[in-house]
Design a protein around this ligand. Structure first.
Ligand code: FAD
Length: 380
């Protein structure tokens, strides 16, 4: 067993750190959070730096790096630039891996060079008002008419939908009114006539705007179908481990950032004539926080290794998602308690991490649903 980084991985982590120090320093993240201003332009900068090429085969213009290297980039971005991690994960772990896994040859040929060279943004259009955890309850319909699909229905809580280049949209094409069978996936350009967006105000992740989408007879060509008609659910499931791995790694980085901020504070802040980090209750709290982050890192690295080796990872992906997101909530909750008023002021980075963290134990597949998956994988 070997946990050491290769020289190449060390260099990539260093260059990602420099990238974030230059483009997304803490004060810039605070400004973007306050002004609800996502750093979309960074996708092009990531492309120019070769970051978006990392996991893809050389035949597609990629660098063919293992998923362990991708996870290191995601963790580094989570630690030093949470907003960048979300964009990177969306482009690489979701958009790129969806195209590579179930995109048609024509879609790959047209879009992979643009994704790697320019940085395309993909949104996932799955959730609907009546279809949250129960994804098979999707009711948005696509009807085939000559050489087109005509889409009618509503999506809710779709991140970056109005800014994305494409919305990977889950639609019902079969006869049945519900159930996994008969779902298909269409690649919908966001500026398609008949597609409109309504923003949803929310409590955190201000640089990740959320939208309701209305499809009112929106028409896309027949070639917009990704993978096989009626196999949309299977296709989605076949890429989930990439999204979970990206989230777990990025969340691990953000959790480490929360520990680092807390550590700096307890060393500087004095009460009763000594740094508060000298009080045993605070010392043990920091020890517990760091242990939770290290657990999260270990399981996220293990998951990345399973993916790199092409080994089954369904249970580990669910476990990594649960452990990492709950670690982030644990450390931000205790970070807020430890910084006290210094964390509650709106300029504090801790309050932003704490607000943002709240989403991830129910977003991206709730932790209850992950535990159902783990139990099922255990044979229950
Ligand atoms: C900020 C934000 C961004 C999002 N981005 C996207 C996006 O880009 N694309 C997208 O498609 N969706 C997105 N979502 C939707 C997100 O994936 C859903 O919120 C999530 O799947 C949970 O669905 P729900 O909110 O409807 O909760 P519900 O499904 O109503 O669940 C409510 C509670 O019941 C529990 N529960 C439900 N079923 C079970 C069960 N069988 N066993 C045990 N417990 C259960 C859940 O775990 C949860 O605690 C986003 C949501 C938010 C808030």
């Amino acid at each position: 067993m070997d946990f050491s980084l290769t020289e190449e991985q060390r260099q990539i982590v260093n260059s990602v750190e420099r990238f974030l120090e230059r483009h997304l320093p803490p004060e810039e993240q605070a400004r973007r959070d306050a002004q609800h201003d996502p750093p979309y332009h960074l996708l092009k900068v990531m492309a120019d730096d070769g970051l978006l090429a990392l996991p893809f085969p050389q035949a597609q213009g990629g660098l063919g790096s293992g998923w362990d290297t991708v996870a290191l980039v995601q963790e580094t971005m989570g630690r030093k630039g949470w907003m960048a991690a979300s964009l990177f994960n969306r482009a690489v772990g979701f958009g790129g891996m969806s195209l590579m896994t179930y995109g048609t040859e024509a879609q790959k040929a047209a879009l992979m060079p643009r994704l790697i060279g320019e940085g395309l943004l993909f949104a996932l259009g799955l959730t609907e008002p009546q279809a949250g955890s129960d994804a098979a309850a999707v009711a948005t319909r696509a009807r085939r008419a000559d050489d087109t699909w005509i889409i009618t229905g509503r999506k809710s809580w779709i991140s970056d939908a109005a800014q994305a280049d494409f919305i990977v949209t889950v639609v019902r094409t079969g006869e049945s009114a519900s159930g996994r069978e008969g779902l298909s996936i269409l690649l919908v350009p966001k500026d398609t006539p008949g597609v409109s967006f309504t923003p949803l105000p929310k409590v955190g992740n201000n640089a990740l705007p959320s939208y309701e989408i209305a499809f009112d007879g929106a028409e896309v060509p027949a070639e917009a179908l990704m993978g096989e008609e009626g196999k949309g659910f299977v296709h989605l499931m076949s890429t989930l481990h990439y999204a979970r791995a990206g989230l777990a790694a990025a969340v691990t980085g953000a959790a480490q950032r929360a520990v680092d901020l807390t550590l700096a504070h307890v060393t500087e802040r004095e009460q009763f004539g000594r740094p508060i980090g000298k009080f045993q209750v605070i010392r043990h709290r920091l020890a517990d926080m760091q242990m939770r982050v290290d657990q999260s890192r270990l399981i996220s690295w293990h998951l990345a290794w399973l993916i790199r080796e092409g080994l089954p990872s369904r249970r580990h992906a669910a476990q990594a998602k649960v452990i990492a997101t709950e670690a982030l909530q644990y450390v931000t909750q205790h970070g807020m308690q430890t910084l006290a008023s210094a964390g509650y002021i709106i300029e504090s980075e801790m309050q932003r991490l704490w607000r943002d963290a709240r989403l991830y134990s129910f977003g991206e597949g709730s932790n209850e649903i992950q535990r159902n998956t783990i139990a099922r994988e255990l044979g229950l």
